[in-house]
Design a protein around this ligand. Structure first.
Ligand code: BEZ
Ligand code: FE
Length: 289
């Protein structure tokens, strides 16, 4: 059978381009780059990509580079809306732990350390939610003094980085669990919001007639010495867009019920009246290999 120039296995260009990475100093890097070439070439061959389409792709990447700053990374957003960030979560997930989910662009390494049991609401609008639970290992044993890093959007749907009226530390904190691995804090119900749409990714979503919304979520990073760190999110059940997250971050094990709570000690501590709303969730960390 005559060789078809469009068939991947017949392309000397593909073979040569893969081979060009075979002697990388870091063998893993050479392997990953070879696979990337293999799949990108297959995509070009299968789609019969035209020169005009290829140029459009380069223009997209150039526009992404132009809008990217230290505060705003359009490439990271592109990875998110393509489902790549979530696929990396899925394939790198150690078995047995709480599912991970996207980090997103609004994490701040400099969140203040607050006391376990703190009140993050600070008089602002929003339905009060008492968020509490434990950090456990895969055998359900508590991990004493695990660290929680928490952030979310405000009642107007915006993060502090998007809203100069908010204190940069609003609705975010780091805290240390007690010796039983327990944590709790008072916060508000988060809200759905749109990913940034003023760059080339926004134009791509519009041209694709795609949803631009994420469902309501809390962001949490859980860490403890000797355990694989967990970057995840909790999604209140029933939120709009929970079945259509534009960055594909929702996992069944991360959907939480917002339930009424009658605990009068907690109500007194935070100046609430019963019943108030609570979310209870235990995070599970996997030991480092
Ligand atoms: C977020 O959850 O904050 C987010 C995640 C991915 C892209 C944009 C925003
Ligand atoms: Fe978010």
């Amino acid at each position: 059978m005559p060789a078809s120039p469009n068939h991947l296995s017949d392309s000397q260009v593909t073979v040569d381009a893969i081979e060009s990475f075979a002697h990388a100093t870091d063998p893993r890097m050479g392997h990953v780059m070879g696979l990337l070439v293999k799949h990108l070439h297959a995509f070009v061959a299968e789609s019969h990509l035209t020169k005009a389409e290829w140029l459009k792709g380069l223009e997209f990447l150039t526009a992404a580079a132009k809008i990217t700053t230290d505060e705003r990374n359009e490439f990271s957003l592109f990875s998110d809306v393509m489902g790549i960030s979530s696929m990396v979560d899925v394939v790198s997930q150690p078995p047995g732990g709480t599912p991970s989910s996207v980090l997103g662009p609004f994490h701040n390494h400099d969140s203040n350390v607050r006391a376990n049991g703190c009140d993050l609401t600070d008089g602002q609008a929003g339905e009060r939610v008492w968020l509490h639970g434990r950090v456990l290992d895969v055998h359900q044993n508590p991990i004493a003094h695990a660290q929680i890093d928490f952030w979310q959007n405000a009642d107007n749907g915006l993060y502090p980085a998007q809203d100069s009226a908010q204190d940069p530390q609003n609705l975010r904190c780091k805290l240390v669990c007690d010796e039983k691995g327990e944590f709790n804090l008072l916060t508000i119900r988060p809200h759905p919001y749109t990913v940034p749409t003023d760059g080339p990714v926004g134009a791509l979503l519009a041209a694709s007639n795609r949803n631009i919304w994420r469902p309501a979520h809390y962001h949490v990073i859980v860490s403890a010495p000797g355990y694989v760190g967990l970057v995840t999110e909790l999604f209140p059940a029933g939120s709009d867009y929970i079945d259509n997250d534009t960055v594909f971050g929702v996992r069944p094990g991360l959907i939480v019920d917002v339930k009424p709570c009658q605990d009068s000690e907690v109500a007194n501590r935070f100046g609430l009246t019963t019943p108030f709303k609570q979310v209870a969730f235990d995070f599970c960390l996997v030991k480092q290999a």
